[in-house]
Design a binder for this molecule. Structure first.
Ligand code: HEM
Length: 380
């Protein structure tokens, strides 16, 4: 449990920064967020947010599988409420199949598809959308409960409302992305795909940041964590904030370029490594400025080059700073998964695993920034 306000008057007064009565490691932890009043029932709220994070990551993974199995354009309607139910009769299956037959994807890529083949791709997209609705419930119902029972301080109530807005926006962007695949193309726009993926990473970031602002329940637990952090910091200095931000921004850029690789099927060409069809760079590399965003060979080359930059940066961070080694290890593992994905020409399992690795690396990079802010505030 969080310290009892009767025992620690500064908690009740929300004056955590100058808190002489809290035990030292806990006061150090709380001083990082002096403006944030801790919620009542912090453990329950943390568990709720962890559950939302888990469902978000599951949703992203199903999204990756949906794309990798080319299932994303199988549902042609946008029915936020009625779409909760899959077709329940043969007549309904035939109706949605007929709608799919009007798409360019059916005419140009899947002409002659049987109803059974259609049902296979339908289910992935259906599960993706169903999880999207489920996450709405997992966020909104507990949020309203905590709000009504006055367990959320103002900042957390606002943060929760922001999360709900972000989730709603993601649904709209998802539909906007799907629509781009209906008009004379067989796949969605890779630029819209990258916006959809970036927004999903923004939701992950928001959840991690909020969770980290909520003190862990027990005083003893916080003391152990505080002591451990202090012991680790004695070995190496905390990374400068600017460097931590630069690292995070480079990871974000890599995620966007990765989405372009995925969206242009750039992982299906140049499946040799480290060369590109025997050349150091693809022959068409940056032939025009447009190639930067639209040419699959150039996009894949940039994805590889940025991975080298990230690993190089990871080596420097690991050598100099606390937590740098975690970043380097995450980067290396992600790079290796990426190379395997490429050499095997993007099978579903490895493609989805590579997305999972990107989420893990992103959370590590985000933690560098949060730790930098923590140290910055503690020093100031
Ligand atoms: C080290 C940092 C890296 C990060 C953060 C990263 C991140 C990503 C992300 C976010 C995607 C899109 C995944 C999706 O939407 O499902 C992606 C796709 C991809 N990446 Fe990476 N990647 C990294 C390194 C590499 C490396 C070194 C290679 C190979 C040399 C590679 C090969 C690929 C391929 C082939 C795809 C397309 C997969 C697909 O079509 O689903 N990546 N990457």
């Amino acid at each position: 449990m969080f310290p009892d306000p009767r025992e620690y008057p500064c908690v009740a007064a929300a004056d955590l920064a100058a808190c002489p009565c809290l035990p030292p490691p806990l006061s150090t932890t709380l001083r990082a967020v002096p403006h944030l009043v801790p919620p009542r029932s912090p453990q329950a709220i943390r568990r709720w947010l962890w559950a939302v994070l888990a469902v978000t990551i599951a949703l992203m993974q199903v999204g990756a599988i949906t794309r990798l199995t080319n299932s994303g354009l199988s549902i042609t309607e946008w029915r936020p409420l009625l779409g909760t139910f899959p077709p329940l009769s043969q007549a309904e299956w035939l109706r949605v199949f007929e709608l799919y037959k009007t798409t360019s994807q059916y005419k140009l890529a899947n002409y002659g598809f049987s109803l059974e083949s259609f049902q296979t791709i339908f289910w992935w997209e259906y599960i993706h959308r169903l999880l999207g609705r489920l996450i709405g419930l997992v966020v909104v119902v507990p949020y309203l409960f905590f709000l009504v029972t006055r367990r959320l301080p103002r900042w957390l109530a606002l943060a929760g409302a922001g999360l709900i807005a972000l989730g709603g926006m993601q649904g709209v962007v998802g539909w906007w992305m799907v629509q781009s695949g209906f008009a004379n193309r067989i796949e969605v726009s890779h630029l819209r795909l990258s916006i959809h993926l970036a927004l999903a990473f923004a939701v992950v970031a928001a959840l991690v940041v909020i969770i980290k602002q909520i003190p862990r329940g027990a005083v003893g637990e916080a003391s152990v964590t505080g002591a451990r952090t202090q012991r680790l910091r004695q070995n190496k200095p905390t990374m400068p904030l600017g460097l931590a931000w630069l690292t995070l921004l480079l990871v974000c850029l890599q995620v966007v370029i990765g989405a372009w690789v995925a969206g242009t099927n750039a992982g299906q060409i140049y499946t040799d490594f480290p060369l590109f069809g025997g050349l150091v760079l693809p022959s068409e590399y940056l032939a025009t400025a447009r190639h930067l965003v639209f040419d699959p060979g150039t996009i894949q080359a940039n994805h590889r080059l940025l991975a080298y930059v990230l690993v190089g940066l990871g080596v420097v961070l690991a050598w100099r700073y606390h937590m740098g080694l975690s970043f380097l290890v995450a980067c290396l593992i992600q790079g290796i998964i990426g190379v395997i994905t490429l050499l095997l020409a993007v099978p579903v399992f490895w493609g989805a695993f590579h997305q999972f690795g990107a989420i893990a690396l992103f959370i590590v990079a985000l933690s560098l920034v949060l730790q930098g802010h923590h140290a910055h505030r503690a020093a100031g």
